[in-house]
Design a protein around this ligand. Structure first.
Ligand code: NAP
Ligand code: ZN
Ligand code: ZN
Length: 347
């Protein structure tokens, strides 16, 4: 057992504080990873504040993990000490159900084991990547391409795969018009990846404050949803809309912006339920869909794609002592575009 520094929430209302966590001994199929960087996802905030239902405290969040292999189990052949690797939102699944067998472990029928806040196979509560080390089954470890710096790669493990998976599934590519709602951590990856896939990209942000950045990241157009004319001018404009907003939005307004048969993909996961008028779907055959991260094989495919296209996240590196401040800035939509913790500041 290894005792390692970490940052944890002890309740829904208190700030995160320094602590330690126990990592299990490296089993035959395990990899011990020395974490170098870990991204802060808005899901970490929803979780630690029990916005999605009561969390089991203490919670060490963090599921955008990038680091280096420090030790491998006796049966591990894919990874060696020194390899640059990542871990995303899952560390295990049943491996037997239909979704697992087709590589969609995120939809495991028995419930996958999340990187934090899940009961692990040994009965302990999983603890995430706001920490210096983690022990993970090698089937849930992915390789980070040499072309990507580890700090810029960390957010790909959640924000990257969360956008790559539905963009591929719903056919983003040349000739397709894709809108991205919300230019935060997930949204900026949606812009970069949709652009790299060859789609024409429009950002639908609350204001024009981040317009220059949006265009630099690969958007062709940038529109403020606060401007009254926006929802009239863009009726029927898009094949796909990726909604990354961390708060409630009016689905009917966005569905009207789709072409006939177009798809509104919800990846944002606000705690409040969203409602829609069924006529927003039936009159033009619109599809209102959702998507959860992506499978492990697809995560590797996304990393390789990002490596080939030189796509990393735009990051603001912070010391662990600034985690609580970063949470507040994200809630205020003041993130450009992913906070990433330098885990050397945890010790
Ligand atoms: P983030 O960095 O905080 O970005 C969220 C963005 O949403 C903000 O920057 C803002 O963009 C927009 N927004 C915030 N409040 C809004 C409001 N009231 N109305 C309209 N837009 C608003 O968060 P994130 O890490 O990208 O995560 C976004 C959401 O996706 C969270 O709910 C998170 O839990 C969820 N998520 C889901 C998955 C999945 O697998 N489905 C994976 C990761 C994250 P503008 O300033 O540009 O308007
Ligand atoms: Zn996430
Ligand atoms: Zn399964």
């Amino acid at each position: 057992m290894l005792t390692v520094p970490a940052y944890a929430a002890t309740s829904a209302t208190e700030p995160l504080t320094p602590t330690t966590v126990e990592r299990r001994d490296v089993g035959p199929h395990d990899v011990l990873i020395e974490i170098e960087y870990v991204g802060i996802c808005h899901s970490d905030i929803h979780n630690v504040r029990s916005e999605w239902g009561p969390a089991s405290y203490p919670v060490v969040p963090g599921h955008e993990i990038a680091g280096v292999v420090a030790q491998v189990g006796s049966e591990v052949t894919r990874y060696a000490v020194g390899d640059r690797v990542g871990v995303g939102c899952m560390v295990n699944s049943c491996r037997e159900c239909a979704p697992c067998l087709r590589g969609e472990e995120q939809y495991c029928l028995k419930g996958n084991t999340l990187t934090y806040g899940s009961i692990d196979k040994d009965g302990t509560l999983t603890q995430g990547g706001y920490s210096t080390h983690i022990v993970v089954d090698d089937d849930f470890v992915v390789r980070i391409p040499g072309a990507l710096a580890l700090d810029e790669a960390a957010p790909l493990l959640c924000a990257g795969i969360t956008t790559y998976s539905p963009l591929r599934r719903w056919g983003a590519g040349p000739g397709k018009k894709v809108a991205v709602v919300g230019l935060g951590g997930v949204g900026h990856m949606a812009v970069k990846i949709a652009h790299a896939l060859g789609a024409q990209v429009t950002v639908l942000s609350q204001s024009l404050k981040k317009k220059d950045d949006g265009l630099r990241l690969g958007a062709d157009h940038y529109v403020a949803t606060s401007a009254p004319a926006t929802f009239e001018q863009l009726v029927g404009a898009f094949d796909l809309i990726v909604n990354t907003a961390s708060a409630r939005v009016d689905l009917d307004s966005y569905l009207r912006l789709l072409k006939p048969g177009g798809v509104l993909i919800n990846v944002g996961a606000p705690p409040e339920s969203l409602s829609l008028d069924v006529f927003s779907l039936v009159m033009h055959g619109h599809i209102c869909a959702g998507s959860l991260i992506g499978g492990i094989g697809e995560t590797q495919e996304m990393l390789d794609f990002c490596g080939e296209h030189g796509i990393g996240a735009e990051v603001e590196i912070i010391p662990a002592a600034k985690i609580n401040e970063a949470f507040e800035r994200m809630i205020a939509s003041d993130v450009r575009y992913r906070f990433v913790i330098d885990t050397s500041t945890l010790v």
